[in-house]
Design a protein around this ligand. Structure first.
Ligand code: GLU
Length: 513
């Protein structure tokens, strides 16, 4: 028998910046679809007009494009199930909501906000800990189950506002077999008669989500664990709509936890520890406050993908480095873990270091020529890349980690300088100073530079090691760093000379005092 095509969806609500957990959900959906030669859909769930935020949809699109997890069907790419924005599908949901009323699976409710509030208070005084509109309480409310038929019709005719609520059975067990969590069994008394259609004619999340998953042929619902409590209601909706046979399988993904594992990862954790929790920079439209994203922090898409893939999944082998294509091959829902995943940003940095090293030097030379805030010749850029590529975590480290490559040091590691500066050092530097100008510009490279220095130290019977650190401080201001001769080569002959002269003047001045 032919297996039906696998179809999965990512269904974000455009209410603000896409949280990194949402990106992981999108990634897992993408991986699962591609692994099974299926389709990855993106649906915009924008039925809650109060929470709608302009730009959010575009932000989602840009984030996924940056990461290369591009949907096969979406509001932008189109597809057979268009439209992919729920706000454009209003009539569809209305039709199904009314159908459910006609079949006795849902009902009209005319209660005002005050009446609902009064019900809540009444139930509370009766000692009900979790007051809800349900099989018991609905009997005392104004709805099409309690009001005479004629009155209901009259109210509808008069255009009185109403909602449509699902009629949850009183005593029944609702079961679903989640692919990650196993059997989930909930008693229907735990579920309230949720509103399906609001008084403004818009569906709620539950109705729109289920109707669309069905109409879009979704076979697997892969989403965050926070939606697990909604799943039993969705199961009921599939049944009431007569779609049980086509109900998708559910897979609820583990939560993303704070770095220490104590509680859910939040935006505040990012602010507190200085790491991003959004893929791209986001400016809050109300406060105008901008937070940087993984992209602006200098994470490569490959690194973020690799990092996110491991937040809740692992291949069951030692392999840690995976390209997107390799992830597609390796991915399976069975290997998703139940336990929450700690957001260990150090691991993200580790992946970033790895992927920076993986890119060839020409890529970074180009990058530096375009992005380095200091003027740079190509030949210098090449040397900088060779010098630092294996030592940095973020691209901006090329200039931030080694400011001395671009600027004469203002400050020196005085302590080390004082302890390493000797008459011998002073002598060697003075001689080197006179020797440097004799090197032809075209021969100014690490090897020749070292050679001139060796000549002097050998003549004087001094160990090269004795002068290296003071020279390092002279050229960079600091006692540690990358290959010193390469640094001299990069800053150039004139600048090297200038820095040697500067330190000599400084130290000789001191000697006089
Ligand atoms: N619109 C929901 C969200 O914002 C979708 C949940 C689901 O995938 O069913 O996450």
């Amino acid at each position: 028998m032919n297996q039906p095509e696998i179809r999965v969806r990512f269904a974000p609500s455009p209410t603000g910046a896409l949280h990194i957990g949402g990106v992981r959900t999108a990634l897992y959906n993408y991986l699962f679809a591609k692994k099974h030669n299926g389709k990855f859909l993106l649906r915009i769930e924008d039925t809650d007009q109060n929470r709608y935020v302009d730009f959010a949809e575009n932000y989602i699109k840009e984030s996924l494009e940056w990461l290369g997890i591009v949907p096969d069907e979406s509001p932008w790419a189109g597809g057979l199930c268009s439209p992919y924005r729920q706000s454009e599908r209003k009539e569809i949901y209305q039709e199904y909501a009314h159908k459910m009323v006609a079949e006795g699976k849902a009902y009209y409710a005319f209660d005002t906000a005050e009446e609902l509030e009064a019900m809540r208070k009444r139930l509370e005084t009766e000692g009900v800990s979790n007051p809800q509109y349900n099989a018991l309480s609905r009997e005392q409310m104004k709805n099409s189950l309690t009001l005479p038929k004629e009155e209901v019709e009259a109210r509808l005719k008069a255009g009185e506002p109403y909602t449509i609520r699902i009629k949850v059975p009183r005593k029944e067990e609702i079961r679903l077999n989640d692919l990650v969590r196993g059997w989930v069994v909930v008693h229907s008394s735990q579920i309230d008669d949720k509103v399906l259609l609001k008084s403004d004619g818009m569906p709620t999340y539950h109705l729109a989500n289920v109707v669309d998953d069905y109409l879009m042929g979704i076979t697997h619902v892969i989403r965050g664990e926070e939606w697990l409590p909604s799943a039993p209601l969705h199961v009921l909706l599939y049944r009431f709509l007569g779609w049980e046979a086509k109900m998708p399988q559910f897979a609820h993904l583990p939560l993303l936890l704070k770095p220490d594992g104590n509680g859910k990862l939040s935006k505040r954790d990012g602010d507190m520890h200085g790491f991003p929790v959004f893929p791209l920079a986001w400016t809050n439209p109300e406060t105008q406050e901008t937070v940087r994203g993984f992209r602006e922090e200098g994470y490569l898409p490959e690194a973020l993908i690799n990092f996110l893939a491991f937040l809740g999944w692992n291949p069951g082998t030692e392999q840690e480095i995976f390209s997107l294509d390799e992830l597609v091959q390796a991915f399976s829902i069975e290997k998703i873990s139940k336990a929450g995943a700690k957001f260990d940003i150090k691991k993200a940095q580790w992946f970033n270091q790895y992927y920076i090293k993986q890119k060839d030097n020409a890529f970074w030379v180009n990058y530096l020529l375009q992005n380095c805030p200091y003027p740079l010749e190509k030949i210098q850029a090449e040397a900088i890349v060779a010098l630092l590529k294996d030592r940095i975590t973020f691209p901006k480290d090329f200039w931030e980690q080694a400011p001395y490559l671009f600027q004469t040091p203002e400050n020196y590691d005085e302590q080390t300088l004082a302890s390493k500066w000797t008459n011998e050092v002073s002598l060697v530097l003075k001689q080197w100073k006179t020797l440097i100008p004799t090197i032809d510009n075209k021969d100014w490279n690490a090897e020749n530079i070292k050679h001139t220095l060796q000549q002097i130290t050998e003549n004087q019977g001094i160990k090269l090691g004795k002068v290296m650190q003071p020279i390092r401080i002279a050229l960079t201001g600091v006692a540690q760093g990358a290959d010193l001769m390469l640094i001299a080569q990069i800053i150039g002959k004139d600048e090297t000379l200038k820095r040697i002269e500067k330190i000599l003047a400084k130290m000789l001045q001191k000697e006089k005092i």
